[in-house]
Unconditional design. Sequence first.
Length: 395
Amino acid sequence: MNPNIPWKTRGNGAIALQVGIGNGEKIKIGEIDGKDVFSSKLLRQEPNGKEYTEIRKIVKKTIEENAKTDDENTNPGFVLLNKQPELNVYRNTVRQIVSLDKIKSLLNNLKADFQGYKNCRGLIGATSAIAWVPIKDKTFELISYRQQKNWGTKRDVNEESVQKMDNSCKTTFDNYDYKNKHNRLVPNSPCPILYGVRGDAIEELMRAFSIVRSESVDSWILFETNQGTDDHLQRKIISNIQRYESVIVEGSVVKSPYTIEGGHVIFTIKDATGTIDCAAYEPTKEFRNIVRELQMGDIVEVYGGVRKKPLTINVEKINIKYLTKIVEKIENPICPNCGKHMKSKGSNQGFKCKICGRKSDEPLIREKKRLIHIGFYEVPVCARRHLSKPLKRIK
Ligand code: ZN
């Protein structure tokens, strides 16, 4: 879901399951209570009335027993639908602001069976998850779960094995931040998840799972996801940028980067329609050093979420398209008659040879070496958003 919404529910994610009797090819996607879990490619038969009632009971019970509803930002909901809503429902929910009223009226029109808890905003995500179809892109995440007796305690996931996995499973991503020593597989919350490995290929996620060493795994399951797809981003001109959207916008740098309190680095870009501030916040760590090297006149394509006040793009990645030439004076000009350096006549007054009196306006200059190059730069793994497409998936 749209990661910029300030009033988003706690997890800001949603899960959809298609339930029925499968047909044709099936693959193993997990293990729960020691039993294999399979997913079928085709649906042979939808649940009958009795099965439906049973499924509904399980969903309701699972949410009511497990949701952390004492957390102010946990507002779950579930939706049972026998018809998929239009893809646009998903697209709007990942990119814009969608009101609960709109979702509720859609659910009523579709004759959906649904229930929301507390402020009910979880219904927005639940509906949108059902509407999701991975048309352009998708990834997978293998999530392993902890034994219940360990919930809330420190997770034991061996970092060395995570690094080994990261190095040998090339289609996985956002595993480990070597510079900031951050194991990205492991969540921060006291939730039942032990770790999650994200990647492009199911076989490699299975291999990753066999490499990572950890406390004993209670169960695991493979999800199809929109993580790492940039689904939240939309290409915009500056004057059309709205708060809480995520955008791709091209412009030239019109205000050099400067650092504000807290270590955040800000710069300003401009296109034919306006100007907007862009920020690399402190948690983006070494990415700020790249941003600090930008100069007025550089042309960049900025990817990121839009903060409301002041309207600022929180940069997730940047594509540098043109680097302006910066020249610097290295020394005074040499007199062609005498072969000696001329003397400066004062600031901006030119130069004069002390021996023969010859004048020159031009000091010897050289092009200053830029420390950044044309192309993409992204925030480090430790600061990456779930939806952001890592550069290793773009190349
Ligand atoms: Zn001279």
